[in-house]
Design a protein around this ligand. Structure first.
Ligand code: ATP
Ligand code: MG
Length: 570
């Protein structure tokens, strides 16, 4: 493709409404254009990238034995009523009415439709196991669709669903998908960590997320990971041991002390000259409209997803000062366990506290020297603590690091959650009708491409992994009016084309600086520049990812390019 013909317009600046790196880069480099919030046009360069990601996914899914189909985007309300999700899926589900006043939805995911497909098409255990997948647009009215392709309202997903006759069968299908996923992302140039997760809205039992660890602030998940071994966990379900800390306040008497206007743990520890870790901290939440008091050690923080799971809550939020006053009759900052009337739970971190400090449910005072079993009953204990960096890896004991992670895929063991509700059954070896044992497996196709940009870029633009780059190489003649430069450029261009390599020729009559800038911004993996040194028979060969550069003969540049494209590196 010649640059003069390529449908692309790069921008001089990053768009002002973009917050994350991938969004900024993809808009500025002319890959995507926003039509409305969370809805993008994939311009030709982007579409090439997405088709490559899709091709890798198709090849690996097919090799795993899965079969591709294509289900409708439009889904009738009835199916969602059968599964029970019509009423619980909430505002993310985009619903509309047809001319006959029937309710329909744009598919955010396809468990209902695929269960219907299996119910209609699978009768016997002999037809099992089977894994069906599709690659298609999905629709979700996300609450904050402001991260470009990372979180769109219309996005491309690969979704697969397995049907087995037994739990062991499901586990096998699940394992095959886990391996397939690792290979898919690797082939996209992305290293992923497989982390255990809770099942969120889809439900079921075991599930894992595939995370790309990034250094950018992508607004996605915090991930604790170990550099020494494979361990990684989303912070909202990590289980680690706390670092050692002082847990005995050293007081010899249980008594009230004056703490005028002291409202935070920091102020309290400074005022009393004690470590925050000898304070029993009180936090009030409104959980499905009722107040709940949570006790946690003063140096620790609460993890809301854990709290939500422990309390089996639909919705929770931290109580306002006004609500604390209303429900507990005390100023925020002085809440404790004395005469509390609401539900109370505690995090394991408070268990070993001795002679500790705690609020007294009275303004401007605190208790010091408190002990469990003597002054207060120990509330029921749960793990609702946020694990922190530096804590030991549960597998190898090395200190954990924290970083951001982008979930590019996930796998779930659904079991019979959908098949039972939707009466999707097969007849087993023993002749008994049984519900299918299901699994579901998603990959965010457009999110994977965006994750690659989050992972690989510099201040000048994108550094596409060569496996998913829109073009593999760009040839830049510095001066298109120079005959020799153009001759060598055209020869190389043809040679690459004949070898089946995706090559761009920047034949525009532009300043060299402009061409270099665009090549860097667009992120083409290999650049061959033909400038003045061609008189000595030399061109410049440069890799975008590493920045490595060499002056070589055109023939050598050709060979180096092939070697690089065939190598395993990104
Ligand atoms: P998240 O927790 O990020 O919202 P999810 O749990 O809702 O993801 P699934 O419903 O399992 O995700 O979807 C499968 C995959 O689709 C995800 O792993 C992710 O890669 C991708 N995905 C989900 N929501 C979006 C979105 N709004 N935009 C782009 N990709 C998405
Ligand atoms: Mg979601």
């Amino acid at each position: 493709m010649k640059m003069s013909k390529l449908f692309v317009e790069t921008l001089r600046d990053f768009p002002s409404d973009a917050e994350v790196v991938s969004h900024k880069m993809l808009v500025r480099a002319g890959f995507i254009r926003k039509l409305t919030n969370g809805v993008y046009t994939y311009l030709p360069l982007m579409w090439r990238v997405l088709k490559k990601v899709e091709k890798i996914i198709r090849e690996e899914m097919d090799a795993s034995g899965a079969q591709e189909l294509l289900m409708p985007i439009i889904q009738p309300e009835e199916l969602w009523k059968e599964s029970g999700r019509w009423d619980v899926y909430g505002k993310e589900l985009m619903r509309f009415k047809d001319r006959h006043d029937r309710m329909l939805a744009l598919g955010p995911t396809h468990e209902e439709v695929i269960t219907w497909v299996a119910r209609e098409g699978i009768r016997s255990y002999r037809q099992l196991p089977v894994n069906l997948y599709q690659i298609q647009n999905k629709y979700r009215d996300e609450i904050r669709p402001r991260f470009g392709l990372l979180r769109g309202r219309e996005f491309i997903m690969k979704d697969a669903y397995s049907f087995d006759a037994s739990q062991e069968g499901l586990e096998k299908s699940y394992e095959i998908m886990a391996q397939t996923y690792t290979r898919i992302f690797k082939r996209c140039g992305l290293e992923t960590r497989m982390v255990r997760s809770d099942s969120g809205a889809i439900g079921g039992s075991l599930s894992h997320e595939f995370m790309v660890l990034v250094e950018t602030d992508s607004g996605e998940n915090d991930v604790l990971y170990c550099e020494n071994c494979d361990y990684a966990s989303n912070t909202n379900h990590a289980k680690t041991e706390m670092l050692p800390a002082v847990t005995n306040g050293g007081y010899t008497k249980f008594e009230l002390v004056s703490t005028p206007n002291i409202k935070t743990i920091e102020q309290l520890s400074e005022f009393l000259k004690i470590e925050p870790s000898v304070i029993c901290k009180s936090i009030v939440y409104i959980v499905d409209e009722n107040p709940v008091l949570i006790m946690i050690r003063g140096d620790q923080n609460l993890e809301e997803t854990k709290l939500k799971n422990v309390l089996r809550a639909n919705e929770l939020r931290i109580a306002s000062a006004l609500e604390i006053k209303e429900y507990l009759g005390v100023e925020a900052g002085f809440v404790g366990l004395k005469h509390v009337k609401c539900k109370v739970i505690a995090d394991y971190s408070v268990k070993d506290l001795k002679n500790f400090v705690i609020g007294a449910n009275k303004a401007d005072v605190h208790y010091i020297g408190a002990n469990w079993g003597i002054d207060f009953d120990l509330p029921e204990l749960f793990d609702v603590r946020l694990s922190q960096k530096g804590e030991a890896c549960p597998i190898c004991g090395k200190p954990l690091k924290i970083t951001q992670g982008i979930e590019v895929g996930n796998i779930f063991q659904l079991g019979t959650k959908y098949s039972e509700k939707m009466n999707a059954k097969f007849s087993d070896v023993d002749g008994v009708e049984k519900p299918f044992i299901m699994g579901c497996y998603g990959i965010g196709v457009s999110r994977t491409a965006a994750a690659a940009v989050e992972k690989f870029h510099d201040e000048f633009g994108i550094k596409w992994p060569k496996q998913i780059a829109p073009y593999e190489i760009i040839i830049i003649p510095v001066n298109v009016l120079d005959e020799l430069q153009m001759k060598v450029a055209n020869e190389l261009y043809e040679k690459f084309q004949n070898a089946g390599i995706e090559v761009l020729l920047d034949d525009r009559d532009e300043r060299a600086g402009v061409k270099f800038k665009d090549a860097d911004l667009i992120g083409i993996p290999v650049r061959i520049t033909i400038g003045k040194t061609i008189k000595e028979g030399l061109v410049e060969f440069k890799l975008r990812m590493s920045g490595n550069m060499e002056k070589v003969e055109p023939e050598k540049a050709y060979k180096l390019t092939l070697d690089y494209l065939n190598s395993d590196s990104v």
